[in-house]
Design a protein around this ligand. Sequence first.
Ligand code: HBI
Length: 354
Amino acid sequence: MKLLFVSTSVGPLGTGLGGGVELTVYNIAQQMIQRGHQVQIVAPAGSTWDNLPLVQIPGNLQIIAQSQERTDPIIMPENPVLANMWDYARQVQTDYDLIVNFAYDWLPFYLTPFFNRPIAHFVSMGSLSDALDQMIVQVAKQFPGTIGFYTASQAITFSQLTPPLHYLSSGIDLGLYQFCLHPKQQLAWLGRISPEKGLEDAVAVAQITQIPLKIMGKIQDELYWQQICENYPNDIFEYLGFLSTNEMQQVLGECRALLMTPHWVEAFGNVVIESLACGVPVISYRRGGPAEIIQDGKTGFLVEPDSISELVNATQRIGEIDRHTCRADAEAQFSFEALGSRFEKWFKEILGNR
Ligand code: HBI
């Protein structure tokens, strides 16, 4: 298949601003190439991936959807990179069999009927915007089978979606993650530093348990980060920055647990399977994707959403979890190959229905 991937519009690839969907685009592109398909990725200028075929498009980034209100109208900046990426896709569409959209934005869904090539839409978050929800529902109805999600708990946040819906889960290149059996006395928190990720809850757990917290990820909301630094003594947490996968997994593997504190319905939680791949159990609120990935009591603990005291209790019980079970679970369910097979099957189904 000749595949054109059109990336998220909120950050160049490789900067961490695109969050989990960056890892998803990277992994699927690699998997499709390994399976003999042709892939071209269209992404905002400034993307740093040098080992994948990238077309870099200039323009102003989209506002991140999770910072807007559900009833907000669709907002487009002047010289929008989103529109510029899709104008490029329009120009080259006849060179490809299938276009794959990874942007969580209104425009690609609206443009779908104007293209003469099928578009597969991978939806990377739960419902956030009435205007976008309506467009997703419309495309699901007009082009059945072309909408994919990470998980069922993410998909049910959109009402009246016409089946068939595809749940692709996620997957990682397990060879990049080393299993670590003997951790240090420290906890990890991983992800975009933005209010919906609930970092302050993990810092509170570190403060109560007096176990140091290693924080890794892109600071997306400076003000939010400043508030955390002001509210908590910084001897209990250390911010290590947005690290490469290799550097990140070295720190993560030495932690007793990863704390997942989503204040929203996390669509999946790639950081959960990265943690399991290192043998690190995950403690998370029972909400969204992580609740479908973590096996409570086996590969981590699921607790009452927003209950810091239950996070603390689970942290104190973490020795009950066998770290080998965590790694084995990542291998069984979230391997690179399993991910590639799911996406390849979805793409072929869309082309087969043409
Ligand atoms: N917001 N408007 C918009 N467009 C995106 O593509 C987008 C976003 N917010 C977050 C995001 N993408 C990714 O970080 C998540 O999909 C993982």
